[in-house]
Design a protein around this ligand. Structure first.
Ligand code: ATP
Length: 214
């Protein structure tokens, strides 16, 4: 079980905090709004109303002792950055901060955030990909050009083994896993067969993946 603190319980922070709880972790939620704290008080391990811009507040809650702290303050960019600076100065090892723009992300990185997330941008990429190809179910961006994508096996793959399909040579993509109805084949080999309704987890160049799904 891990222990996490989430600062800012708006839509994003609340979703992070409640998901961590449902995964079995201990979660402290902090928000300056009493209302937000009240809404989540029964769900989170601890929830308190406090202003994270106050260094004493962060010390009182012992933020240094958590496995990771998520800075999910949104509109108030100053509070978002100041909180990240203070967490970094206090020696918090894992600081995940939410950014609104690329520039904001760069500042957060400079002041000590260990991971920056862009929820709106990331969700936009996911939605665009799932619209562009109805077969794509999930998507992780590794770089500007490479991704891991989960998609429904196209008809042209069905009834063939990976050896026969030779996807690495043909498209430059690698199949990391095949999800069957109630089974998963991890690191499949040449003899593994693609069947109807299989979900493929594939790593490769975005354009190559897109071509292979059609
Ligand atoms: P979301 O999209 O996640 O709903 P948002 O990006 O619109 O949120 P805000 O609503 O501005 O962001 O901030 C998220 C939460 O952070 C709010 O509930 C707000 O009360 C809280 N918050 C803002 N500043 C502070 C602060 N200094 N200390 C603690 N909580 C704060």
């Amino acid at each position: 079980m891990g222990s996490y603190a989430v600062i800012g319980l708006g839509r994003f922070g609340a979703s992070v905090a409640t998901t961590l709880v449902s995964l079995g972790h201990e979660v402290l939620g902090l928000d300056k709004s009493e209302k937000k704290v009240h809404e989540l008080a029964d769900v989170l391990t601890h929830a308190a109303a406090a202003d994270a811009k106050d260094e004493e507040v962060l010390k009182t809650f012992g933020v240094r002792n958590f496995d990771a702290v998520v800075v999910a303050i949104g509109q108030d960019v100053e509070a978002n950055i100041l909180t990240t600076v203070m967490l970094s100065d206090m020696g918090v090892k894992n600081i995940i901060a939410k950014a609104k723009t690329e520039l904001h992300g760069k500042v957060l990185e400079r002041v000590g955030a260990t991971r920056i997330v862009f929820p709106e941008k990331d969700m936009g990429v996911k939605v665009a990909n799932s619209i562009s190809s109805e077969r794509i179910l999930d998507y992780i961006e590794l770089s500007d050009h490479h991704s891991i994508v989960e998609f429904l096996a196209p008809n042209k793959f069905i009834g063939k083994t990976l050896g026969k399909l030779n996807l690495r040579a043909k498209y430059g993509i690698s199949i990391l896993a095949i999800r069957k109805e109630d089974d998963i084949v991890v690191a499949p080999g040449a003899e593994d067969l693609i069947e109807e309704n299989d979900l493929l987890v594939v790593l490769g160049d975005n354009k190559a993946i897109d071509k292979s799904t059609r």
